[in-house]
Design a protein around this ligand. Sequence first.
Ligand SMILES: C[S@@+](CC[C@H](N)C(=O)[O-])C[C@H]1O[C@@H](n2cnc3c(N)ncnc32)[C@H](O)[C@@H]1O
Length: 357
Amino acid sequence: MPGSTAGELPAVPDGPFSGAHPVQNAVQMLSLGMWTSRMLQTAAELGIADAMPADGGASVAELAELTGTNPDALGRLLRGLSASGIFAPAEEGRYVHTERSLVLREDHPQTLHYWARVYGSHWMWASCAGMTEAVRTGRAAFPAEFHRPVWAYLENEPAQQWVFQQGMAEFTRLHAQSLADALEVGDARTVADIGGGQGSVLRAVLHRHPHLDGVLFENKSVLDALRGGRSTVGFRLVAGDASEAVDCPADIYLLGHFVHLFEDDGAVRVLANCAAAAPPGARIIAMERVIADGPKDTFGKVVDLLMFCYSGGRERTEDEYHALFERAGLTWAGITPTASDMSLIEGIVRAEPPTVS
Ligand SMILES: C[S@@+](CC[C@H](N)C(=O)[O-])C[C@H]1O[C@@H](n2cnc3c(N)ncnc32)[C@H](O)[C@@H]1O
């Protein structure tokens, strides 16, 4: 009913509001979210947090000099970000770091520098801008705008691919350890990370269980970049398209932030492709956020729209994952929570060849 409120509303964000229209004020602040996202991306791309001294901060003029930016515009960016606790104004027109601005630094051990850049990238924005039509038609926005799937686009855009992979690796590093801790490997000898990006989870698993052989299965351009990088890889690289075939036998398949990239038929296909490559009894483990009923997991519920718009995928409930695994001909083995907000969602490859429905 117009004007009515259902349930508890989050606190009204700070703003220059009279307090007379708390509901409208909350909606106004939420509507400005895209500007906050863009401010974060701009600050990351211009290296503002990296240039800001950790002790004592800097004046806007000093920071503008260091970053080759316009002092007036930079001052406004810093002031705008400080409204969200990113940088803080100090005495004499200076700005200082906050806990939140520090994670925009590339050298922060748990940096979100590239993560911020991913969500400000023009292709991500185009996906988001197509949401109205996507909701109207049920079709993903990105392919409608770019005439190809997001992965095909990134294969041909090395700079964007690099930013995306770095951003995903930053995100995954935050919970790779808790996933590795929660994973019982039993007598497995080989573990394959399907769509494993730069292999953050695989590295954590191999570090914990050094006797395992590791395989990273990824799109070719991602592996080419990894091969060209300076870090020692420490596992086998297999290039391929999991929607076509998964060409690597293993005892455990990890699919981190992967099944959620696909709509149901596509997700069943990749699970079944893993099963087709695997020996009976192999374990296929999606590492995803499981959507719960009720007010919990606001992050997952927003990411669900993101997945829909940019790759046609979705976040899922436990029942939805169970149905997917059954459709892929796997024996459902249930969900193991981890210390992070990700879960291990597991199916077992049956002795008989999988029947996909
Ligand atoms: C959201 S990222 C997740 C990366 C990593 N698993 C993680 O958790 O950080 C999805 C990855 O899947 C890869 N990918 C997408 N479609 C694929 C396909 N059909 N076959 C193989 N890899 C694919 C992308 O290149 C990307 O690195």
